[in-house]
Write a protein that binds this ligand. Sequence first.
Ligand code: ATP
Ligand code: MG
Length: 300
Amino acid sequence: MKEQEMVRKAREVVSPFRVVKGRKFRLADHDPGDTGPLRGEDKQQATEVLAEGVQFLAGLQDKLYAQDKWAVLLIFQAMDAAGKDGVIKHVMSGVNPQGCQVASFKAPSAEDLDHDFLWRAMRELPNRGNIGIFNRSYYEETLVVRVHPEYLERQKLPPRLVTKHIWEERFEDIRNFEQYLTRNGVVVRKFFLHVSKKEQKRRFLERLENPAKNWKFSSADLAEREHWDEYQEAYEDMIRNTASKEAPWYVVPADNKWFTRVVVAGGIIETLAGLDLDYPVVGASKKKELEAARQALLAR
Ligand code: ATP
Ligand code: MG
């Protein structure tokens, strides 16, 4: 497939799932089982397209790295078992690990809690030329912390700063932070892997019944499942308040892993293709230097 064709295809597949304006966003309008224009029978074909996409992505990343100007931050958020790890593994399988940084955000440490909530994320921001992946992120501050107010209590905030406006304030801080990043050449894209409650149950059962997957199961995941509706509301509110043209959310259907991967790959491709990526052109004096070196090498 030609480059332009590849980018056009990626945009076409991805566009129904890209949210740039959140005001009227409703999660209920998004079906986790959606496979866009593809059907179950297309799975094999999708896998082939994905392989091509992954290769194409690798080429773009090579230029991103060589050019050393932009940084790309990809944020992944989801309920448990929605497939974050698998998507990251597959979609990034072709890229050069040297230009890639992955950070997983778990429950905050004592040192994290001794700082403002963006502190630990700042320390993991990607270098210029790199793709940074956040497996969970500062968005947990509006999700798990919102669903479990006791986590907020542990944050050692001065009491008078904790008011009923705290979530609105966090959304505002996040919007401003992402704008700051954007203005500094860090391109932010956010992926919410949208899995259904039914499919999560199926995947949990698989983790319990398949010995090779037992290690993935944690009883804590079951406890979080009890809060399903609260999480869905928190996700919806998060997208409403933080989707923007500069830092869109992709609401990715996650009940069919093969389609999830196609959409995520498409989102990354359209993002990189939207940057003016190219190999740095060497100037006249550097060209002279290269030619001299070539001659010297040939003469030996
Ligand atoms: P897996 O799919 O393998 O379970 P995971 O991303 O769920 O991967 P876990 O080891 O389960 O990884 O740990 C992540 C946990 O940390 C999540 O339950 C998440 O809600 C929690 N967490 C992340 N950020 C915060 C935060 N700022 N405050 C409190 N809890 C957080
Ligand atoms: Mg987990």
